[in-house]
Ligand binder design. Structure first.
Ligand code: HEC
Ligand code: HEC
Length: 246
């Protein structure tokens, strides 16, 4: 598969592109004295290594599996890079890449992608019945009291564009990716820091719910303002995405 071949090249390239950066001065180019021919060595240039999978500047597309990373809250991206590094998320290539990188460097990478403000592709066209559409909408916007499920918007923001500091938006991701993440949480293959609210939520979603809510989310257009909202004065479950103290 062409994508796989590209990915393998990317991982190989990352070995030196990223690891060269884990020295004491992680983000500075080495001095002109050691490299008489000045080689451009900016963070943005190093992070070109992410583009074979995440798309140019991390925007991905509405199709295919690779998630968009551009414009997500820095706190969320940083958490994910640590999840891969520390084994709470299991994607082999991602784990392999972030393993040797320091937390400080991962923080810089998260900040870089969070600051990008780039257009989103149009939403996926998904053909499902009206009943499935209705169920997806209900889960996302209202929740289901019988199943003790809060609405997704309670934490992911009224317009589903995320909530600061570390809850991601749910729009602009493919149905395949969303389905896989909810399934992985339910099966214990994806974890977040305790209290890991998504684990409890995903365990109350059956397969039909996951299908419905993922189809609903993947087929929504982005609102005019795509940035994550500030946490409200009384966030529903502030501990779900509490800032790191260390
Ligand atoms: C070989 C392909 C590949 C490359 C190269 C790659 N990624 Fe990923 N990345 C993935 C896949 C696939 C996922 C989704 C993994 C999963 O299912 O949990 C992912 C997930 C992520 C996530 C979590 C996104 C979210 O919404 O939770 C972040 C952050 C991320 N990658 C950052 C990076 C950065 C930064 C780089 C470059 C240093 C990079 N990735 C390079 C394939 C790749
Ligand atoms: C109580 C708060 C809360 C509620 C309610 C909630 N979430 Fe989440 N969700 C979170 C937090 C916090 C994260 C980030 C977890 C992490 O660090 O990995 C998250 C992450 C996610 C992700 C990962 C996104 C990505 O880019 O990989 C998906 C998918 C998701 N939630 C779907 C849902 C759906 C669907 C609903 C509604 C059925 C929902 N969530 C309701 C708190 C919540």
């Amino acid at each position: 598969m062409q994508m796989k071949a590209k990915a393998a090249v990317a991982i190989g390239a990352l070995g030196w592109m990223l690891a060269a950066n884990s020295s004491a001065q992680p983000l500075r180019a080495t001095t002109a004295a050691t490299h008489p021919q000045k080689v451009e060595d900016s963070l943005a240039q190093r992070l070109q290594a992410c583009t074979p999978c995440h798309g140019q500047e991390g925007v991905a597309t509405a199709h295919g599996y690779f998630p968009r990373i551009a414009g997500k809250p820095a706190g969320y991206l940083f958490e994910q890079l640590l999840h891969f590094k520390e084994g709470r998320r299991g994607h082999t290539a991602m784990r392999h890449m972030v393993q040797p990188l320091s937390a400080a460097y991962l923080h810089e990478i998260a900040g870089h992608f969070a600051a990008l403000d780039l257009p989103y592709p149009p939403p996926e066209r998904i053909d499902v019945s009206d009943a499935v559409k209705q169920r997806g909408r209900q889960l996302a916007l209202e929740g289901d009291t019988h199943k003790q499920l809060p609405a997704c918007i309670a934490c992911h923001g009224q317009r589903l564009t995320g909530m600061l500091p570390a809850t991601p938006g749910l729009l602009g991701l493919s149905k395949d990716y969303l389905t896989a993440q909810l399934g992985a949480w339910r099966n214990g293959l994806r974890k977040a820091r305790e209290p890991d609210c998504m684990r409890h939520i995903s365990m109350r979603l059956d397969d039909a719910d996951i299908h419905a809510v993922s189809a609903y989310l993947a087929s929504q257009a982005l609102p005019a303002i795509t940035k994550a909202v500030a946490a409200g004065p009384t966030p529903k479950e502030p501990a779900c995405a509490a800032p790191r103290t260390t």
